[in-house]
Design a protein around this ligand. Structure first.
Ligand code: CA
Ligand code: CA
Length: 586
């Protein structure tokens, strides 16, 4: 009898309960619901702030590993993912377009999916993936061959798989998708190949395209299977046919401002990098701005129409992609604002109603390409620091070399900052570096690099490149700064416990005091941390997770900096921490 009872109970345990479908309401409430992490950014506004306060400034020193999980194999490349946690399962994406479901209590694998990429994919900046999306009974992620895949969240079986664009033309996909009102919204990657940036919205259930909005002027949008409207006005800010291969990759995905019902997407560099080939006219009258590259766009989520734009770098010529995350917040006076920290070194505050410039300041030390911002947020260029036109060179092949700061990898790159509702500060993972850059002739060829530039990145300081800064968005003041020897490349998270979490390429996940920047705890994960920390609570305890696995653009593109950090080891481990149970109550 006892044997039968044991068998029955073991059988009962193996029956999986029906998957509890994720609703739009749950996605909208993600920032406040501490028991799960359903969206990129821990809320569609991407503040990366958790109201959890079980882990405090006092007890954070007692964090210990709960489990670790290796994505292993020979595919140990940049591990930039942000995990999702729902219904007892953690969903993570990994290099080479892989996805895993893991039992969040034990670290045991439930399923894994490998996208089996074709030969000839053209990822520019490592074979990374930055995370998944979840809605209904499905999880979604983008792949390096520019597809979006919907998987059954419980089994990992493919439900649908759609092509975003042609990978042979240089398109790829690495960002976490965004889901709003049943639409799954994606951007694209490939700005170094002369692709055309676009935002697409699909029915999350079927994968059918609902609308598409190219972000370069002259291209036509699409809505419900028909042409909708032209983006901008043809040739208003682009010469000749250059807009046809004009770049503007929307490669970091977007955020969603529920208050104004606006999708906010950033756009990458105009193509090619050599700005003289796109120079239509006078620098001051807007005719050479190359809209809407290197910009932030507010889009109507139902139609994909552009509601507003803010261009951070008109006539861009340093690869200052304008893709970095735009975070809605309320300032101390109750004004609805956006904040964004651009590759070009400036931190911007914008009006949430219309994207209009409110204020802006440098968040890195040695900006050389501009001397400041005017009252509209337009850069005041330092013309002699624009890389020269090869046409003016004696051989017509290599324009004048200039030193530019920040480097093309940016005062800040993709790695997301966080906003603390506790302090009202933004915590910005920045880098202090510059580059020698010059221009060369180039013509477009499908699937080939389309830069027309050469470059070498250099550190600006001997003792550090990385610089985590607490930025007061009311004044632009740096409240505190923590320097790091190698460039920072991981995301930041803040908590109501008064903590700021981030990782370093040297392998540490670190917790800082949000008011002072004092280091309160760190743990060596075994490889560089370029992932995005999250936190949630489960069974009465607060958990913290981060991916460890060095990689990304720095080792591939970093010039002298890449040599300096070549000692860093690769990896591929998801780490989960909680307070040691003996001390959790102290
Ligand atoms: Ca949540
Ligand atoms: Ca770029």
């Amino acid at each position: 009898m006892m044997k039968i009872a044991a068998a029955v109970s073991a059988f009962a345990l193996t029956i999986t309960p029906a998957f509890s479908q994720v609703t739009e309401e749950q996605l909208a409430n993600d920032a406040a619901s501490t028991g799960d992490v359903l969206t990129n950014g821990m809320g569609r506004d991407q503040q990366r702030y958790s109201p959890l306060d079980m882990v405090t400034k006092e007890n954070v020193k007692n964090l210990v590993p709960a489990w670790a999980y290796s994505v292993g194999g020979e595919k140990q490349r940049g591990f930039e993912t942000q995990p999702l946690v729902y219904d007892g399962i953690m969903y993570i994406t990994a290099s080479y377009s892989r996805m895993y479901a893991i039992d969040v209590r034990t670290g045991e694998e439930i399923w894994q999916y490998d996208a089996r990429l074709p030969e000839g994919i053209l990822p520019c900046c490592d074979v990374v993936n930055r995370g998944a999306a979840i809605y209904g009974d499905k999880v979604y992620f983008g792949t390096l061959d520019a597809r979006i895949v919907a998987l059954n969240a419980k089994t990992g079986d493919v439900v649908w798989r759609k092509r975003i664009e042609d990978y042979k033309a240089g398109y790829s996909y690495t960002a976490a998708p965004l889901i709003v009102d049943g639409l799954i919204i994606t951007g694209n990657s490939g700005g170094e190949f002369g692709i055309v940036g676009a935002v697409q919205a699909r029915d999350a259930e079927t994968g059918d395209l609902v609308w598409e909005r190219p972000v370069i002027e002259g291209h036509m949008g699409m809505l419900n299977g028909e042409e909708s409207t032209m983006t901008g006005s043809l040739n208003a800010s682009w010469p000749g046919d250059m807009w046809k291969t004009g770049g503007g990759a929307t490669w970091l995905g977007g955020s969603y401002d529920a208050d104004t019902d606006t999708l906010v997407f950033g756009t990458g560099n105009p193509a090619p990098w050599n700005s003289w080939l796109r120079d239509a006219g006078d620098k001051d009258d807007g005719s050479g701005d190359n809209l809407y590259a290197a910009s932030r766009l507010g889009l109507d989520p139902k139609t994909g129409e552009i509601k507003w734009h803010f261009q951070s770098t008109p006539r861009e010529g340093w690869d200052y992609d304008g893709v970095n995350e735009v975070i809605p917040y309320e300032d101390a006076d109750g004004n609805k604002r956006y904040a964004t920290a651009d590759r070009n070194g400036y931190f911007y505050v914008l009006n949430r109603e219309d994207g209009a410039f409110v204020n802006g300041w440098p968040f890195v030390k040695d900006i050389s390409w501009a001397s400041g911002l005017d009252e509209n947020g337009r850069p005041i260029w330092v013309e002699e620091n624009r890389p020269g036109n090869p046409v003016d060179a004696t051989d017509g092949k290599k324009g004048e070399v200039v030193f530019s700061s920040p480097s093309f990898l940016g005062g800040k790159n993709w790695m997301p900052m966080a906003y603390s509702q506790n302090t009202g500060y933004f915590y910005v993972p920045s880098n202090e570096w510059g580059m020698d850059i010059w221009n060369e002739p180039i013509t477009y060829k499908k699937g080939a690099a389309y830069l027309g530039s050469g470059f070498t990145i250099k550190p600006n300081y001997e003792d550090h490149i990385g610089s985590l800064k607490a930025v007061d968005p009311a004044t632009g003041e740096w409240v505190w700064e923590v320097k790091n020897e190698s460039p920072l490349w991981g995301g930041v998270m803040t908590t109501a416990g008064g903590l700021v979490f981030t990782g370093t390429p040297e392998g540490f996940i670190v917790a800082y005091d949000d008011a002072t920047g004092e280091e309160l705890w760190k743990f060596q994960t075994g490889s560089g941390v370029v992932g995005q920390p999250i936190t949630w609570d489960m069974d009465g305890e607060q958990y913290i997770a981060v991916a460890s696995g060095w990689g990304g653009a720095v080792p591939l593109w970093g010039g002298e900096v890449a040599k300096k950090v070549s000692y860093l080891n690769q990896g591929g481990t998801m780490w989960v921490f909680k307070l040691s149970s003996q001390v959790a109550s102290r």
